[in-house]
Design a binder for this molecule. Sequence first.
Ligand code: C5P
Length: 404
Amino acid sequence: MNIVVSVTGGIAAYKTVHLVRLLIKAGHDVTVVPTEDALRFVGTPTWEAISRNPVTTSVHDDVARVRHVALGQNADLVIVAPATANSIAKMTAGIADDLFGTTLLATEAPVLIAPAMHAEMWRHPATQANIATLRTRGVSIVGPADGELAGGDSGPGRMSEPEEILDAALALLVPRDLDGLKVAISAGGTREPIDPVRFLGNRSSGRQGTALAAEAAARGAEVVLVAANISADVLAEAQHPSILIRHAGSAAELSATMKEVAADAAVVIMAAAVADYRPVTVSDRKLTKEGGGVPAIELAENEDIVAALVSTRRPGQIIVGFAAETPEDEQEMLARARRKQQRKGVDLLVVNEVGWERGFERADNAVHILGQDGAEAGSASGSKREVAGAVWNAVNAVRSRWRG
Ligand code: C5P
């Protein structure tokens, strides 16, 4: 992607050098557009060396290629980091007396700004009014963070760290190809109570399901995430205005909640690891050793929730299942997965190998995605967010096939 990074005149410009490096490492073509003031903090040779593209500040350079508008027109994203109070005011007013100003006026790409200034300047009604105006125009704002500022002050005004700006930037580059789509996702692992303090459970962390929710929301979907015993730090990734989180503990609770939310969903993904069995009796009081002997826990089979959702689905609803397998080899894994896909009747089955060192509780994953005919509809490996992207691409392929 073509990304323009506009640097305005603040000390935080030194942190933007690292941001440009991160963007280049992520495979983007970056053009840096500093203001004259910004060059007093970090000079042209640094920006050119780090971005590997020519750097100018004036509208009178490279006139033959109409650089003053071409940069903005060709950009897929414009980032302003640091965005000073002055540059925010200029953006709000549409002032275009340098390459920074013309680029911002000429672009129709998403714009992300990372404000950096003294706390008083940030809190000033003029700046706050400008920020509010920029927000109504669809400009995204990352930060400012609370912390130490130049000159020993502290408060809100510190530019966000480059990694955080990168995440916000990448989120803006995601296609909005699930716009308005209602989806229901289960994630995590159920706990089947034995007594008030013990349960039968599994090692699913909920990371893959949470990543599916975050990716769907970033691509424009309205998501209900049914979380089965997911820790707060994992669930933090699903903090998004378009994600509603519901909690479910046991398979029975997950079943009731999924049936309720699936009624309203165009796509249902059962990423949760559901216990196949539950203790027949749940003791009201903690089991103790005092009774003597080793307790025998009698088990009853749980309902297959995804199969039940398939049997009651409304026309056009797409249902995706997951299968975690511990096979001898890949061939065995795919053969088992194909049988599972047939048995459950899901439109897509996402298969991943799990084990002591694989799949569960980890940040990365590797999956095969099987279609209704058992043929491979996709595969992915990488971060769970990357895998989530591949799953949604496969869902979109089914949607377009069904639409004809
Ligand atoms: O049969 P298995 O547990 O491998 O199937 C996994 C898939 O089925 C997952 O999508 C899981 O959420 C779903 N499942 C279910 N109800 C169960 C067991 C699994 O919906 N009782």
